[in-house]
Design a protein around this ligand. Structure first.
Ligand code: MN
Length: 188
């Protein structure tokens, strides 16, 4: 696959675990140990997803998530927060900050990889939706109108079948004045 994932984590053991895990599943992981470098590194690396530790010295992951979501360039990149304390309201705070996903430490290897995979899938689906919307901005009203038109056209079909020969004269042979009469003839 080779999708790129930026891992922001101050704990060396966790950082290695996350990067090894992602690498083993075919992702290209880039490690960031100092949160203060996270935004700059994210702009340079242009990751498909960011794994963000919350508890870090100097700057918290929550602040970084807010900053990334306020940044036009980085806003669309999904963020999976990783946090050690699962205090009540933590997940809500993290999601309020703008993170798309959340995993608590100690991580379950399976859940971690599954969460990464799902976030990347969701982001891809969303990007597809956005593209479709831009290319084909057809209003839903048209669909309703088309459905309403459909039944009569079926009966038209049957009528014209039985009146094949009457299709020919109207347009060329008759002037406008006579057209009404001829339509009536067709119907009858
Ligand atoms: Mn930490």
């Amino acid at each position: 696959m080779g999708q790129k994932i930026l891992v922001v984590e101050d704990n060396e053991l966790n950082l290695k675990l996350f990067c090894d895990l992602l690498g083993a599943h075919g992702y290209e992981a880039e490690a960031v140990r100092d949160g203060r470098e996270a935004l700059e590194r994210a702009r340079a690396f242009a990751p498909d997803l960011v794994v963000m530790d919350i508890q870090m010295p100097h700057i918290s992951g929550l602040e970084l998530i807010e900053q990334m979501k306020a940044d036009g360039e980085l806003r669309a990149t999904p963020i999976m927060a990783v946090t050690a304390y699962a205090a009540r309201g933590d997940e809500e705070r993290i999601r309020d900050a703008g993170a798309e996903g959340y995993v608590s430490k100690p991580i379950s290897v399976l859940k971690f990889v599954e969460a990464v995979r799902k976030l990347l899938e969701d982001a891809a689906a969303q990007a597809e939706d956005t593209t479709k919307g831009a290319e084909d901005p057809a209003p839903p009203e048209e669909d309703v109108a088309a459905e309403e038109d459909a039944p009569p056209s079926e009966s038209d079909y049957e009528e014209s079948d039985s009146a094949e020969s009457l299709d020919l004269p109207p347009a060329d042979a008759a002037p406008d004045e006579g057209s009404e009469q001829e339509e009536q003839d067709e119907g009858g």
